[in-house]
Design a protein around this ligand. Structure first.
Ligand SMILES: [Zn+2]
Length: 405
């Protein structure tokens, strides 16, 4: 997952959970829309019900009847993961929604457009604008994915277990792909996965192009950094679909996300996954061997950061400010909010994976993947598998980094 977005979402989800007891899903339609129109009412109602269902599923664990909302073709292709917007706009339905409208494209195709806003920050008010194709079927209106409509214009190539999709002007680096696939196969073998089930892999020239092809018209995670090309990848394991910007042929991070899902055999995600993907793979297109040195320097420059207090946000204090003992962007956690190439919390998890691998190889890492937990509970997992008590975690990680890298 890409870092800027993740940090933003973490902050929002945190703020949101505080307000959960007092708030409800908030959806408004634009003024001057003809809401009495029959087509509008049918499609709008379908969309609203779907959002309400996702909201209750997320917070109260209720079931969603996917067939009620999604076209059969999408369910066939992506199963439970047929809502591909979640790839770039995970849990968008928790935000306040402002519904823009519906447009007719032809006799059977419509498009709805909607937007999501956060009520908690002033500067980043708009989070996403999403465009969703809607088709008219014999069972009424159903959602489909922009990607499914666009796919026919893409080039397609199958190499081993991977089905590649890329635009006509993209030059696929087949040599690199062969190497990457070998790495993935080796990792799978070492983790005891006998056969890798097919994975769809979409490559695009720019991050903005990827977003567009999934119907994300505007995304806060894009247009963040003015002087760097936005690079990144995502995996949506429910759909066995992954995507990378140009050059992604080198990376195995997103592949590992899908394989972790196969190891765990359910749809859970834990933050430890990012560590496994960054350790055996890469983080923001750079290897662990590079990122771990940055983490070492960061921790040495910031002795107040206490990893026994919190593994992922130890450096964060209230009001979204970050502790930093030294002045200067390089050592300031805010640095990576504005485009540094590293998300330290990913590499802290990767270091834990590193320690596990040195202690007990793939077998130990696999057991930790299966047992992984988020937040405070992760200390229990670390003590159980690595024999490090919570109060010793900070010193242990610091000593390990200084003695090893
Ligand atoms: Zn990731």
């Amino acid at each position: 997952m890409q870092n800027i977005k993740r940090i933003f979402l973490t902050i929002i989800v945190f703020l949101f959970s505080i307000n959960l007891l007092y708030s409800q899903r908030n959806i408004q339609t634009r003024e001057y829309l003809d809401t009495t129109n029959a087509v509008f009412q049918d499609i709008y109602q379908l969309w609203k019900n779907y959002g309400d269902d996702m909201w209750s599923n997320n917070f109260f664990g209720t079931n969603i009847d996917t067939k009620k909302y999604w076209a059969e073709s999408e369910i066939e292709k992506y199963g439970d993961g047929c809502n591909l917007h979640q790839l770039f706009a995970p849990n968008y339905f928790i935000f306040a929604e402002f519904f823009i409208g519906i447009n007719k494209r032809n006799d059977t195709l419509y498009e709805l457009q909607t937007s999501f806003h956060s009520n908690y920050t002033v500067t980043y008010d708009l989070c996403y604008v999403i465009t969703v194709p809607v088709i008219k079927t014999k069972d009424g209106y159903k959602f489909t994915n922009e990607f499914s409509l666009n796919k026919k214009n893409l080039k397609k190539k199958k190499i081993d277990f991977v089905e590649f999709y890329y635009p006509k002007d993209y030059s696929l680096n087949k040599k690199r792909i062969k190497k990457t696939i070998n790495k993935v196969e080796l990792f799978a073998k070492d983790m005891g996965i006998k056969e890798i089930k097919p994975i769809k892999y979409y490559l695009q020239n720019t991050y903005t192009d990827i977003l567009f092809s999934f119907g994300i018209t505007t995304d806060l995670g894009d247009y963040c950094v003015a002087d760097k090309i936005n690079k990144g990848g995502r995996a949506y394991y429910q759909a066995r679909l992954m995507t990378y910007t140009k050059g992604g042929e080198n990376n195995i991070h997103e592949f590992i996300h899908i394989l972790i899902n196969d190891i765990r055999n359910n749809n859970n995600y834990y933050f430890f996954d990012e560590g496994v993907c960054s350790y055996f793979g890469d983080h923001i297109f750079l290897p662990y061997s590079f990122q771990v040195k940055k983490l070492k320097d960061f921790l040495n420059n910031n002795p107040k950061v206490n990893l026994s207090q919190d593994l992922t946000t130890a450096y964060k204090i209230l009001n979204n400010e970050y502790t930093s003992d030294t002045i200067g962007q390089e050592n300031n956690m805010k640095g990576w909010m504005t485009g540094d190439s590293i998300n330290y919390s990913y590499i802290i998890m990767a270091t834990i994976c590193d320690i596990a691998f040195r202690q007990g190889g793939y077998d130990k890492v696999k057991k930790m993947i299966i047992d992984a937990k988020d937040g405070e509970e992760m200390y229990g997992v670390i003590e159980k598998h690595l024999g490090i008590k919570r109060e010793d975690v900070d010193k242990y990680i610091r000593d390990f980094l200084n003695n090893t890298y």
